[in-house]
Design a protein around this ligand. Structure first.
Ligand code: G3H
Ligand code: 13P
Ligand code: ZN
Length: 323
């Protein structure tokens, strides 16, 4: 058993309390490799932002769970060396079984998500409660999910979303004991969230549902998944340099800012990082066809990621300067 405190990590309890009071959201950025992790840490150290490092089960398979734990330890070393003291949580994104959550907790994660949203309401409660009981023994915080987001996450794909029913939330929280809750109010996973016809704009998030939930459970931390904006500058760059991403749009930044100022305390962003990285790599390879040293395209991609994460912390989530 490696407890997260040995790694210098913290759980999300205090982070969310401060985010709720300060009307901002903690960034939850996914990583699968060294360059992504370096970029997240550099951006968050330089903007003095707390951060949640997210690992999906796909990331664990891709990068190896042991290596990821050591990478997180390395990230904490970077924080110490920088002389800053930003709070960092290591979080399992979309855990789908009790066993996976246990394995992550035992390997040093400070927070886990148990995503029971694909199950019936009662089965979701039973699974989530079981994870909470184990996690809380180790002071690890747990995120649950109620409602279904459209999109693809690992092996689970949902074609349509089902908004969270506010009337179920209180009961779910009381019976599971979760520390935060992911809800469905119109966001979706991936880089293809909306296909717009000419003249159409992205439909607004269902702030009425969020407000109803806030009223019923004041002060309880809410999580927004699927919150990439699908930044057009990167989609355009990808298309300019040989890629093909047609007609797509994400969640507009002003809607995320509004959410961050509410009970939404954690905002999940993965796809925008994938787009930024791919766009820059494509640009380098297209403009410098003789280049074959990976550092020469991964380095600029990492710099682009730093720029993008800083922008999110400073201008979207409001987490900059809050560490
Ligand atoms: O919500 C899903 C995240 O973007 C992680 O994606 O499961 O492909 O690693 P992944
Ligand atoms: P995006 O695909 O919108 O980046 O969402 C990521 C996410 O929700 C990770 O859990
Ligand atoms: Zn998600």
């Amino acid at each position: 058993m490696h407890h997260y405190t040995e790694l210098g990590l913290c759980n999300t309890r205090e982070m969310f309390k401060k985010a709720m009071a300060g009307q901002y959201a903690i960034p939850a950025y996914n990583f699968n490799n060294m360059e992504q992790l370096q970029a997240i840490m550099t951006a968050c150290i330089e903007t003095k932002s707390p951060v949640i490092l997210q690992v999906s089960s796909g990331a664990r398979k891709y990068a190896n769970q042991t290596l990821l734990r050591f990478m997180a330890m390395g990230a904490m070393e970077l924080v110490r060396e920088s002389g800053s003291n930003i709070p960092v949580a290591l979080h399992l994104d979309h855990g789908d079984t009790f066993e996976l959550c246990v394995s992550c907790i035992e390997s040093g994660f400070s927070s886990v998500m148990i995503d029971g949203s694909g199950h019936s309401y009662e089965d979701n409660i039973a699974l989530t409660k079981k994870v909470v009981e184990f996690a809380h023994k180790h002071d690890v915080t747990v995120e649950g999910e109620l409602g279904v987001l459209a999109g693809i996450e690992d092996d689970v794909s949902h074609e349509v979303s089902h908004y969270t029913k506010p009337e179920e939330v209180e009961d779910f929280l009381a019976r599971t004991g979760v520390d935060s809750l992911a809800i469905s109010i119109g966001t979706s996973h991936g880089a293809f969230k909306f296909k717009l016809q000419p003249g159409e704009s992205v439909p607004p998030l269902r702030f009425d549902i969020l407000e109803a939930i806030e009223k019923l459970t004041p002060g309880f931390p809410i999580v927004l998944h699927g919150a990439s904006s699908v930044m057009m500058e990167y989609v355009d760059m990808i298309n300019q340099y040989g890629g093909k991403m047609e007609n797509t749009a994400g969640i507009p930044e002003e809607q995320l800012r509004r959410a961050a100022a509410s009970a939404v305390c954690k905002i999940n962003i993965d796809s925008d990082g994938r787009l930024a990285m791919t766009a820059k790599i494509r640009e380098v390879l297209a403009t410098k066809p003789g280049e074959f040293d990976p550092r020469k395209y991964l380095g600029p991609a990492r710099e682009e990621l730093v720029k993008m994460y800083k922008h999110k912390n400073q201008h979207v989530l409001g987490s900059a300067g809050k560490a």
